[in-house]
Design a binder for this molecule. Structure first.
Ligand SMILES: Cc1cc2nc3c(=O)[nH]c(=O)nc-3n(C[C@H](O)[C@H](O)[C@H](O)COP(=O)(O)OP(=O)(O)OC[C@H]3O[C@@H](n4cnc5c(N)ncnc54)[C@H](O)[C@@H]3O)c2cc1C
Ligand code: SF4
Length: 545
């Protein structure tokens, strides 16, 4: 929106939920005892909703105020699938609450198929996309260090977030077992940047930032687009399909006004879908017409296919006895991806391990706002409280981020029978973990056993199984990009092969996931797509209204 509006185009942005207002919607600076339900939120708030589970960290009494999360639009899971589809319907989407980890993809990702023989290379290589990663990093503000890691190209960084006490101990242990432990690439402002203030480390980022010290559309792109006066922002407008003209080209979108439940149409010379990966495929699969009987721009039959996800789970948690009795430190960055273990497996040789590709690990802990380890301790009453305090500076836990490989079993389609309350046919998930990522999961548990030993820690346990698929919120695929119109939904500019005035700006174009997160790359690829689109306007491929 920002790039197109600043170039002088009139943009109509259609968003399914309300406009977020940080003054009203974020309560990050309050204490739990200031909140009626002690931070957990009204237990009956979701009664009668299609999707009744509250979403984990981000949806709580700190941000539940104005119905920011999607609970009305139902979805289905095919038998044997347990997908957990978390959605923020407010303007700015999930990036209001994201974890901010922002590593670059590299040729080890783009050309993985050449290296290990599985799947397909991406239609771009590092040399081509690197300048866009730089543009995205310069705009967003990403804190990190230069690390010269083969799996993680370095970028343009603000000073890193200082390591916590636990990080120094983990780093020493990691060195002993040959695993890197380094500052993550984190889109959090360690210094003031592009007129946004430096972070004051209140530590509540997953509930939204009150001052805009990490990248989010709420504080960055939306106000900048609005400042051009070229943006019309429609809210509570749930897009159900892309409209086409007599030639099958995109003509606009049809949306349901959530309040009146009436269907409305808006028209444009170009349509851009950026509804967050699977929802983009949902809209396209529901955009059936004489020209596109199986969904718009689906002549390849690949729409909805190649769904990939990060396997998330806790491969090890425990505490560091050497920190018992130490005073608590102001670790209110405990909520940040301060440091991580960037991929170290299959780096020199693609077949070093029993699995192909590789995974990364984040380590959490330190003196955070809430003692999340309470469930690991037994006891009752004042002894229990004393124990909680005793362990306060010492506990740590790991989070594995392991990419799945594209599989014919993993895809989304339209449920033939079910519709949501707006009458829109529901999206249906088909997804199973594959053997490759399950091998990574087992590998990471052994790494944690070795790490805790090496750093003198005590391992309390590990997650019995990975988190539910969908938990990571880094799903990719379903509209994969590539050069051959018979096998890919969009070209390498994210312009659909079949419908040249329909573009896609989210992670659905990425053919698979990697050991890194997706948001900074989504921003980088989107910036590149916008420049390509503007070029197409200049060349009169698209005609201005
Ligand atoms: C707690 C948490 C931690 C995370 N940590 C990280 C991290 O460390 N690093 C990282 O890279 N990513 C992380 N993510 C994921 C990150 O937030 C997403 O990758 C990113 O927000 C995706 O951007 P998007 O614009 O594609 O989708 P979204 O942010 O979901 O935005 C989609 C927008 O489209 C709108 N929309 C959807 N459907 C429709 C429709 N039918 N009609 C109209 N509008 C519609 C929604 O209202 C929303 O505003 C995290 C997310 C969360 C919640
Ligand atoms: S820790 Fe920093 S970035 Fe996070 S919410 Fe607080 S001020 Fe914002």
């Amino acid at each position: 929106m920002k790039i197109l509006c600043e170039a002088g185009l009139q943009v109509c942005a259609v968003n399914s939920g309300p406009r977020i207002d940080p003054d009203v919607d974020y309560r990050g600076h309050r204490q739990v005892y200031d909140l009626k339900y002690r931070g957990y939120g009204d237990p009956v708030r979701l009664k009668g909703k299609a999707h009744q589970e509250p979403y984990s960290v981000e949806e709580s009494e700190y941000s539940e105020g104005r119905d920011l999360f999607e609970h009305d639009v139902a979805y289905s899971n095919a038998p044997g699938t347990d997908w957990y589809w978390k959605r923020c319907k407010a303007t700015g989407g999930k990036a209001n609450f994201w974890g901010r980890s922002s590593a670059r993809f590299g040729d080890i990702d783009f050309k993985a198929a050449d290296l290990d023989g599985f799947g397909e290379n991406w239609p771009v290589d590092y040399a081509e996309i690197a300048p866009w990663f730089s543009k995205a990093e310069r705009y967003m503000g990403v804190a990190s260090t230069i690390q010269n890691r083969p799996s993680n190209p370095d970028g343009e960084y603000l000073p890193p977030i200082p390591l916590r006490c636990i990080d120094y101990i983990i780093q020493k242990g990691s060195e002993k077992i040959g695993v890197p432990y380094l500052p993550d690439r984190c889109a959090q402002l360690t210094v003031a940047h592009n007129e946004h203030p430096a972070c004051h480390y209140c530590g509540n980022c997953s509930r939204g930032c009150d001052v805009g010290s990490f990248f989010s559309p709420t504080w960055f792109t939306i106000p900048e687009a609005e400042a051009t006066k070229n943006l019309t922002l429609l809210t509570n407008a749930l897009v159900r399909s892309v409209l086409v003209d007599v030639n099958g080209r995109a003509r606009g979108v049809a949306y349901v006004d959530r309040k009146s439940k009436r269907e409305v149409e808006v028209y444009g010379k170009v349509v851009v879908l950026a509804a967050s990966c699977v929802e983009t495929a949902h809209i396209m699969l529901n955009s059936k017409s004489r020209h596109w009987p199986t969904g718009i721009a689906n002549s390849s039959g690949e729409l909805g296919k190649n769904l990939c996800e990060h396997l998330y789970g806790n491969p090890g948690y425990g505490y560091l006895p050497q920190l018992l009795g130490q005073p608590a430190t102001p670790d209110n960055i405990a909520d940040s991806t301060v440091a991580w273990m960037p991929r170290w497996q299959n780096v020199k040789n693609p077949h070093e391990e029993k699995f192909i590709r590789g995974y990364s690990v984040y380590m959490g802990g330190g003196c955070g706002d809430f003692p999340g380890y309470y469930g690991q301790l037994e006891g009752f009453g004042s002894k229990f409280k004393r124990d909680i305090k005793r362990y306060y500076p010492t506990t740590i836990g790991a989070l594995i981020q392991a990419p799945t490989l594209p599989s014919p079993n993993n895809y989304v389609d339209i449920d033939p029978e079910k519709k949501d309350i707006f009458g829109i046919p529901q999206l249906r998930f088909h997804f199973q973990w594959g053997q490759n990522e399950l091998l990574m999961w087992e590998h990471s548990k052994q790494v944690m056993i070795d790490l805790f030993k090496a750093m003198g820690g005590e391992l309390w346990g590990a997650g019995e199984e990975p988190d539910r698929p969908g938990t990571s919120l880094h799903e990719t695929g379903v509209c994969r990009f590539g050069n051959d119109p018979k096998r890919y939904v969009t070209n390498k500019w994210a312009q659909t092969h079949d419908v040249p005035n329909l573009y896609i700006c989210d992670a659905s174009i990425f053919p698979n996931c990697t050991d890194k997160t997706t948001t900074m790359p989504i921003v980088a690829f989107t910036m590149r797509t916008c420049d390509h689109m503007l070029d197409n306007f200049k060349k009169s491929v698209h005609v201005r209204a």
